[in-house]
Design a protein around this ligand. Structure first.
Ligand code: GMT
Length: 389
């Protein structure tokens, strides 16, 4: 029997941490010799260079005139079944429950054989959509029928159990970073284009959705900028952006704030910053805080969702209650004015990011889950392999 696996991966390819995690995982699995087929509506934005083990299948949606809404979900299910059959896939690993897990279950029925479905829950598929009565029964169905379900934090596992009344086993597989990409970059010259040498830089990266509470960032920054020379960089786009631009203007902060829009090279831009801010209302994990930690940038965040599983308060960042911008500003000031504390925290961040959320470690956890659902023994050499962190 083939030792390596044939895996189909579906995710939201163009935005968000779930797409990043899915794409990076696919790349790591391909590096290990597995055959990985991405099945998405467009090329995943982090896919990068050619690899002989990576395939990309685009989902095309019929726009026949009788359809009021183009049926993306059905096109995806159909494509998943086709790709699975043609390439004799062992399993489909879908990221984000809706609609991906439901489509994969339909594809499993269509493809027949022994195709398995692994679903990874990422956050708002449970914490927001799971509360929507019009769709929660479908999410519950998708979770219960998947062959394995993983979640990106213990908090998300608990939320899934309580919000959707789920009792089946759910595996924990944290978000991870690739240390080959996320490390403190040398950005001394570039930094001068954003701030004077005496100024500190705060950063926020997100999809500007209400759940991120981006408005709190402006309040935190306004308090910090009153006390020490500083700048704020916003990266990303989304529904709240216009409101934030207006708030920055109203508070007279326009000169000190840069809106960079969406950026590809996140590690480079993070390396410019002294402190990362993440005051979210909900956050199942907070991948961006992990990316910042790996780049040597501590985060001041809300004590929400899975964030405390990533950031140890006082050691690898600071946490305050959701909406408490005064405490968040005070922690930011503390970090920016105490050199020794800052150096200690930078070191703790890098260590934690590298060894607890190591890509090789988490990739192996996913492989173990794959072999388990397939009812196959993991090859001995893979079992014995020590993760390189
Ligand atoms: O749920 C979202 O807002 C989008 C989603 C995504 O696709 O980025 O984010 C979630 O998944 C990330 C990757 O697992 C997590 O790091 C984020 O914390 C999580 N977002 C929320 O829970 C709000």
């Amino acid at each position: 029997m083939e030792k390596k696996l044939k895996i189909g991966i579906t995710c939201y390819p163009t935005l968000g941490g779930s797409g990043v995690v899915a794409t990076e995982l696919g790349k790591l699995l391909a590096e290990k010799g597995h055959e990985v087929h991405f099945i998405t509506h467009s090329m995943p934005f982090r896919l990068g260079k050619f690899d002989k083990n990576i395939f990309y299948h685009e989902v095309e949606v019929s726009d026949y005139y009788v359809f009021r809404y183009p049926p993306y979900d059905l096109s995806l299910a159909s494509k998943l079944a086709q790709v699975a059959q043609m390439n004799q896939l062992d399993l489909l690993h879908v990221h984000y429950a809706i609609p991906h897990a439901v489509c994969a279950l339909l594809a499993k029925q269509m493809a027949g054989g022994s195709l398995k479905v692994v679903t990874t829950l990422h956050g708002t598929d449970i914490t927001v959509l799971g509360q929507d009565q019009s769709i929660s029964n479908l999410i519950r169905y998708a979770i219960n029928e998947s062959d394995a379900v993983t979640a990106v934090s213990n908090n998300l596992i608990e939320e899934t159990r309580s919000l959707l009344d789920i009792s089946r086993p759910i595996d924990l597989a944290y978000n991870f970073i690739d240390k080959r990409e996320y490390y403190p970059r040398d950005v001394q010259e570039l930094r001068l284009e954003f701030a004077r040498p005496d100024e500190k830089i705060l950063i926020h990266i997100s999809n500007f959705r209400p759940v991120k509470r981006v408005s709190d960032i402006v309040d935190i920054f306004a308090q910090v900028a009153k006390k020490i020379p500083s700048r704020l960089i916003f990266v990303g786009e989304g529904p709240e952006l216009c409101k934030i631009i207006a708030k920055v203007k109203d508070l007279g902060l326009t000169e000190k704030v840069t809106f960079c829009g969406t950026q590809d090279d996140v590690a480079q831009i993070l390396s410019l910053a002294d402190v990362n801010l993440l005051p979210s209302e909900k956050e199942s994990f907070g991948l961006v805080a992990l990316e910042a930690m790996a780049c040597g940038v501590p985060t001041v965040a809300s004590n929400a969702g899975g964030i405390p599983e990533l950031i140890t308060h006082g050691e690898s960042g600071y946490l305050a209650e959701v909406g408490d911008t005064e405490t968040m500003a005070n922690y930011t000031l503390k970090l920016l004015t105490d050199r020794e504390l800052y150096a200690r925290m930078v070191e703790a961040c890098q260590y934690r990011a590298r060894f607890t959320f190591c890509n090789d470690l988490i990739r192996k956890q996913y492989e173990e889950i794959y072999y388990r659902v397939l009812g196959r023994e993991m090859p001995e050499e893979m079992k014995l392999e020590e993760p390189i962190c």
